[in-house]
Write a protein that binds this ligand. Structure first.
Ligand code: COA
Length: 424
């Protein structure tokens, strides 16, 4: 049998997500119900949920965030799916993407025809120091965390190496942030539904209301380069270079290719899937790119028979702005050392040559870690169906990619999706 090929085709026929944000009044179960209901209503032909045969749930750490382990069967039961097999998949912030891959492989193997993939995380019940500590367990807790590293710290180390190696400027990071907030402002599911100009204006108004001197920021760059507007978190990364702490859920329904048209007149096919792993950051030869992301991308392109220039859009793992720039190089959209220039030149904007993170990305849409990889699929599914509304990529895209990273790049998973019906 040929390696790195799906033994049968797999299609996405439904997708939905809760709003991402901070929801003290909701539990993760509530958030998943919202995602599940939206997924159900999105299936354009009939879905009898009794036909769902298995459930894979991406979740990083409900044990730490909610003191609730063993989440998959609880969630499956909550949405009425018991007694189907329900499996929690944990690969840090790549949990959602890996859950998707496990479901794809399960269908391709012939084991199931209809599989639900979920992603879920409820992070905001803990105070920020405990969130930082919980996220730190995705790193090497023997060598890295005792040395004082946090996740902003890991990506700051990568940013410093990148700036140094390519003589780049941190202003490129601000360009990523401005773009992703601009896209997030068009996404009603985004945690930050505002452009940076709108956030800046609100802060100026707040200062005046409090009787403080009005900040003199005129442009988004004025605001982002002033530590009073945008303080350092881990130099050279600032507040607006970081994804936020988030709650949220997402759900997608996968079916075998030969029955896809029973569920949807517009199935979106999964044509490439690649996953790779690596040691922790302190053990790597390079800090300025993520080798496992490059490896996962190569596997996905090979399976799909596509190349980077075939991608009409991509949702990439911008947990920090530097991560988006590195991702655009690891995925082959730009040469090494060119990603920061491309970001500054607007090449990754919605109407640019390589649209990236049209949803607002993790930066503006939010990053409920276990849900993020599945949330990315919700966006590319909408874009490929042509139902992304105001943030629709022009020119009716037909091929799209998702790139989901766990930790500092110890797990990377890339998927490629295709719309086949030219009449849509
Ligand atoms: N981007 C922009 N603004 C943000 C923000 C972000 N990532 N996070 C918080 N804010 C804003 C809030 O909206 C709030 O604004 P307001 O004063 O106008 O209301 C203000 O900053 C303070 O919010 P708060 O929630 O108290 O921030 P915090 O200091 O607790 O958290 C970070 C800020 C950057 C430390 C936190 O978002 C973080 O840890 N992010 C990284 C998460 C992470 O590592 N994920 C895993 C990646 S691998």
């Amino acid at each position: 049998m040929e390696k790195n090929k799906l033994a049968r085709g797999v299609a996405v026929v439904g997708a939905g997500m809760s709003k991402f944000g901070s929801f003290p009044e909701k539990t993760s179960r509530d958030l998943f119900v919202e995602a599940f209901q939206e997924m159900k209503h999105s299936v354009d032909k009939e879905l009898d949920t009794r036909n769902i045969e298995a459930f894979y749930l991406g979740n990083f750490s409900s044990d730490q965030f909610e003191k609730q382990a063993h989440l998959a069967p609880i969630i499956a039961n909550w949405v009425g799916l018991s007694p189907i097999p329900a499996t929690r998949v944990e690969d840090a912030c790549a949990s959602g993407g890996v859950a998707l891959r496990e479901a794809v492989l399960a269908i391709a193997s012939g084991m199931y025809d209809v599989v639900l993939v979920g992603g879920l995380e409820k992070m905001t019940d803990l105070p920020i120091d405990q969130v930082t500590e919980a996220l730190g367990t995705a790193a090497d807790t023997q060598f890295e965390i005792p040395a004082g590293f946090t996740f902003p710290g890991f990506y700051a180390a990568m940013a410093t190496a990148y700036l140094d190696e390519y003589d780049a400027t941190p202003l490129a990071f601000s360009h990523v942030s401005i773009k992703n907030h601009k896209n997030g402002a068009l996404n009603d599911k985004a945690q930050f539904g505002q452009t940076i100009a709108e956030i800046m204006k609100a802060k100026k108004e707040r200062a005046v209301k409090k009787g403080l001197p009005e900040p003199t920021w005129q442009t988004e760059m004025d605001f982002l380069t002033d530590p009073k507007g945008n303080p350092a978190i881990a130099w050279p990364l600032t507040l607006f270079d970081c994804s936020p702490v988030s709650d949220g859920g997402a759900a997608v329904l996968l079916v075998a290719e030969e029955i896809a048209h029973k569920y949807s007149a517009h199935p979106i096919f999964v044509i490439g899937s690649g996953q790779a792993s690596d040691g922790a950051l302190h053990d790597r030869a390079t800090l300025s790119y993520i080798p496992a992301a490059q490896e996962a991308a190569e596997k996905a392109y090979e399976m799909a028979g596509k190349k980077p220039t075939d991608m009409d859009l991509a949702e990439v793992h911008d947990c920090f702005t530097i991560a988006e720039i590195i991702a655009t190089e690891d995925l082959g959209f730009f040469e090494r050392g060119e990603g920061w220039k491309a970001a500054m030149a607007g090449k990754t904007a919605r109407d640019g040559e390589h649209p990236v993170n049209t949803s607002g990305g993790l930066k503006a849409k939010g990053h409920p870690v276990g849900a993020s990889g599945v949330g990315q699929v919700v966006e590319v599914w909408k874009q490929l169906r042509g139902i992304a509304g105001q943030r629709q990529v022009p020119g009716r895209p037909s091929v799209a990619l998702t790139h989901n990273v766990g930790g500092s790049g110890q797990t990377c998973v890339v998927h490629i999706f295709e719309r086949r019906n030219s009449d849509e």
